[in-house]
Write a protein that binds this ligand. Structure first.
Ligand code: COA
Length: 254
């Protein structure tokens, strides 16, 4: 297991090393953890890969106050374990907000972005907050309807739900609050680096419209819509996501 210290606390991350000067850093969404990226570690590229457990998630320590900026600084600390020539940030949902915020704060440090089932504004339905407050297990049990394509195999959904059960209702609530406050619609056209936008066509939480907006505003971008996938596209259709990432890296010669 790989840990590093941030503000005297442990941050856990998964690492696949190829001794490369190039790296993709994967950031999970609300109430998730680094394991959602397990399939992406199979991408056929001789790059290094890191998937982070954000503070208070999975094996990372508890931090008293979490915020979008704390998440950004954690990602930066992990990146700096080694000197990389090219850094591509890949974020899902809340993770997409983290990597956009990272780019706006440190634009010269990033070579590319992969925005996966996310948006430039992530308002959260009051029903999600109510459900999280009322009964966490019921919230988890409602996820198959909201977060997955209706025909996604049960084993894939169950595996994710079991991971989500390990996280706390309070942390998931705080993650969604960060999403709810995130609104960079006015700034999106400032993104000037190659950007891959991926969205499941059946995504109900961050609908295709959000990804189309990103595609229109980010000059140097490509949009890949993936059929028969909902909000959890990287676990619902891993092969398609991996192919899209490989094609993006190759075509943009990052
Ligand atoms: N990209 C492009 N357009 C966006 C956007 C984004 N990221 N976020 C919102 N918009 C658009 C909406 O489509 C809408 O456009 P319209 O007026 O042409 O229909 C407008 O901006 C305002 O929408 P929104 O910010 O969503 O506010 P709202 O008060 O209408 O609705 C919710 C609030 C929470 C009910 C709604 O956002 C929703 O259903 N969200 C999806 C479910 C959810 O909770 N997802 C969790 C995300 S982490």
């Amino acid at each position: 297991m790989t840990f590093l210290k941030f503000q005297d606390r442990n941050i856990h991350y998964q690492l696949k090393e190829n001794n490369s000067e190039k790296i993709i850093i994967f950031i999970h969404g609300s109430g998730g953890n680094s394991k959602v990226w397990t399939n992406q570690f199979q991408i056929d590229l001789k790059w290094d890969f890191i998937a982070i457990d954000l503070p208070n998630h999975n094996k990372s320590d508890i931090f008293p106050n979490i915020s979008l900026d704390l998440y950004v600084e954690v990602v930066r600390t992990v990146i700096n374990v080694r000197r990389y020539k090219d850094i591509v940030l890949c974020g899902h949902s809340l993770g997409g907000a983290v990597i956009q915020a990272y780019y706006y704060k440190y634009p010269s440090e990033v070579s590319g972005l992969i925005l996966c089932d996310t948006g430039a504004r992530l308002r959260v339905s009051p029903r999600i907050f109510e459900s999280l407050k009322a009964d966490y297990e019921q919230f988890i049990n409602s996820l198959p309807n909201g977060a997955f394509y209706r025909k996604t195999p049960k084993e894939i959904i169950e595996q994710y739900l079991n991971e989500a059960r390990q996280e706390s209702a309070d942390i998931t609530f705080r993650d969604f609050s960060i999403c709810d406050e995130f609104d960079t619609l006015e700034k999106t056209s400032e993104i000037k680096i190659p950007t891959l936008i991926i969205c499941g066509t059946a995504d109900k939480l961050t609908p295709v419209k959000y990804s189309q907006f990103l595609r229109e505003k980010i000059e140097d971008s490509m949009l890949v819509l993936i059929e028969q996938a909902g909000h959890m596209v990287m676990i619902e259709k891993p092969e398609e996501v991996n192919n899209a990432i490989q094609k993006f890296i190759t075509e943009y010669q990052i």
